[in-house]
Design a protein around this ligand. Structure first.
Ligand code: SF4
Ligand code: SF4
Length: 242
């Protein structure tokens, strides 16, 4: 996929649809991924730093997310769900091209939450933005509100679901920052894969912890949020954006 920056940051169109949950899955489990004794608190603010200078045509992050969370690599990118995707940005004036992974930015002030009529779109105290599939009615208002086109609508029946990543036809979904792994003290699958088989372009951690890997990496050089003019204070940051 090749997009200009303007096209890439455009707003998706949407229409209404009724939600249909896959049988046998407790979609609310995603909301309660931490153990009940261990409350999610605002002590943590989980974030991700992506160094676009290290990121090239490799797509191990996309493959890892697909495998971890049970969504199929898209055959029809315009409509098939994509929790994370590689995009190419081209500066129209200089011709400079960058590729980078695009995913939910886990905004501190998420427009997707503001517009959701049912409360299905919500932000945890630690900054992770999720969809409660039990009460998502598939209206897709959140898709229209998201400036990053980070959300997908599930058009078809889903199979081979993972219990930690419940999905349902007729609902909207997006990157969960691998909340099930984070709550178990692990790093997201994309970050693990990038460190192992990719170019070590991703650092995950607690933005509130001055001693965390991500805070140390952020201190090492400049970084930016996508569309900082929107003042969403995203949890995902990028280094090397032109
Ligand atoms: S990137 Fe989009 S889906 Fe993710 S929190 Fe921000 S507005 Fe919501
Ligand atoms: S589609 Fe989005 S806005 Fe509509 S109910 Fe579901 S989460 Fe909320």
């Amino acid at each position: 996929m090749s997009l200009t920056r303007r096209e890439f940051l455009g707003v998706a169109a949407g229409v209404t649809a009724a939600g249909a949950l896959a049988p046998g899955l407790r979609l609310i489990d995603l909301v309660q991924a931490r153990s009940p004794e261990e409350a999610v608190t605002a002590i943590n603010r989980w974030g991700l730093l992506i160094d676009t200078g290290k990121c090239n045509d490799c797509d191990v992050c996309v493959t890892a997310c697909s495998s971890e969370n049970g969504w199929k690599l898209p055959e029809r990118p315009e409509t098939d769900p994509q929790w994370i995707r590689k995009v190419t940005l081209k500066d129209k004036q200089t011709g400079y091209v960058q590729t980078l992974p695009m995913l939910c930015q886990h905004c501190e002030k998420p427009p997707c939450v503001d517009v959701c009529p049912t409360g299905a779109s919500f932000k945890r105290a630690d900054g992770i933005v999720l969809v409660d599939k039990h009460i998502c009615i598939g209206c897709r208002y959140c898709m229209m509100a998201c400036p990053y086109k980070a959300r997908s609508f599930v058009h078809e029946d889903v199979t081979d679901q993972k219990h930690h990543a419940p999905r349902g036809k007729g609902t909207v979904e997006s990157c969960t920052l691998c909340v099930h792994r984070v709550d178990a003290g692990r790093i997201p699958a994309c970050v693990e894969a990038c460190n192992k088989d990719g170019n070590k372009a991703m650092v995950f951690g607690d933005l509130n912890d001055g001693a965390s890997d991500i805070r140390k990496a952020l201190a090492d050089g400049p970084s930016a949020q996508l569309r900082p003019d929107l003042e969403l204070n995203t949890g995902v940051r990028y280094r090397g954006l032109s």
